[in-house]
Design a protein around this ligand. Structure first.
Ligand code: AMP
Length: 332
């Protein structure tokens, strides 16, 4: 039997290169090897209180972009999380055995407290239980995600094992983060610090839907410095980030060429950025063109979402029936 894979992305905006190289590029490969469920995490996105119009628009964006990236609804199950109410039921059960201390220790929760001190809601605190529900609902063992999600996966294993111990049955398997590259990917942003992310601002992200002109403009504005001051020096974070981006979108020869120029203190950041932008455009262009085509085909999008919801619910209902019995919810 094929192993099961689950992963999702929050519809809080358009997909960027971090989402693509951290997650979706793996989805596309995995769909032919595993039993895959890829969803649009609209319940997760409610922690940020989107307006109904924004939420609806972003759900459509992510669906269109999943398809444009090459996720094939014939090869896997694509669904919208809120179409599967069983997720919310399992989330409730898992929350009964998720402890305040461990939820508060999550790095992403601590980051959110720092960045949004005015909106520290219970949904944010219990984000790991909802993520665990997404994964355990289908008995997944592999979860293609970027480096930022590693700790949440560890919590999923903790919650699944705790449930198994409580009800004395090896029911939920352990799920591990997965990437085809040798380690989990972290795609840096253009602002000189940290990862590419929607909450870091538009200038920090290259979106899959960005036109070549926009990509050139954003990359030309990426943070750099006055240049290396010694041969073979360690690169400061902002420069290392641009090299990391180049290692993702450019050929190894191109990367080696600019590394060499940097080490010899002969690099011209203008040329380096131009090359980086052109290689990003090459990576992005086919996806961007498909986004435009698919976005107009509303009938197709409805059909994909409907079929996906039916397939996901079949698996989810089986789990919920068994979980209810294990918990003791059964007729006298
Ligand atoms: P989110 O946008 O937080 O819902 O993330 C959706 C998926 O994209 C998760 O698997 C993340 O790990 C991945 N992801 C988001 N940003 C990055 C990034 N900068 N580098 C690598 N993976 C990322």
């Amino acid at each position: 039997m094929k192993e099961t894979v689950v992963s999702g992305i929050r519809p809080t905006g358009k997909l960027h290169l971090g989402n693509y190289f951290g997650a979706v590029s793996n989805f596309v490969k995995m769909q032919h090897e595993y039993n895959c469920y890829f969803f649009i995490a609209d319940l997760h996105s409610l922690t940020t209180h989107p307006t109904p119009q924004d939420l609806n628009g972003y759900v459509k964006h992510v669906l269109v972009e999943y398809l444009a990236c090459g996720i094939d609804p014939e090869a896997c199950t694509i669904y919208i999380q809120s179409d599967v109410p069983e997720v919310a039921e399992l989330y409730l059960y898992l929350n009964m055995n998720a402890y305040l201390g461990e939820l508060e220790r999550s790095t992403s929760f601590k980051d959110k407290i720092r960045s949004h001190p005015d909106n520290v809601n219970a949904g944010l605190l219990t984000y790991p239980s909802l993520m665990a529900a997404d994964i355990l609902l289908h008995h997944a063992t592999k979860v293609p995600v970027g480096k930022d999600q590693e700790q949440h996966l560890e919590m999923t294993r903790t919650f699944g094992n705790r449930f198994n111990r409580l009800y004395n049955k090896e029911y939920f398997p352990e799920a591990y983060a997965f990437s085809y590259s040798d380690k989990l990917v972290k795609v840096p942003g253009l602002d000189g610090k940290g990862k590419m992310g929607k909450s870091e601002g538009d200038g920090n992200c290259i979106y899959l839907a960005d036109s070549p002109e926009i990509i050139r403009k954003k990359v030309s504005r990426a943070v750099t410095d006055g240049g290396p001051t010694a041969e073979n020096q360690t690169k400061p974070e902002a420069i290392q980030n641009l090299f990391d981006l180049m290692s993702i979108v450019s050929s190894p020869d191109t990367l080696a060429h600019y590394n060499d120029l940097y080490n010899k203190m002969a690099i011209r950041y203008g040329d380096f950025k131009k090359q980086l932008a052109e290689d990003m455009i090459i990576a992005n262009n086919p996806i961007r063109e498909r986004i435009e085509d698919i976005a107009n085909d509303t009938d197709y999008l409805r059909k994909v979402a409907h079929t996906g919801a039916e397939k996901a619910r079949e698996s989810a209902q089986k789990t919920i029936k068994e979980v209810r019995e294990l918990i003791g919810f059964k007729p006298f």
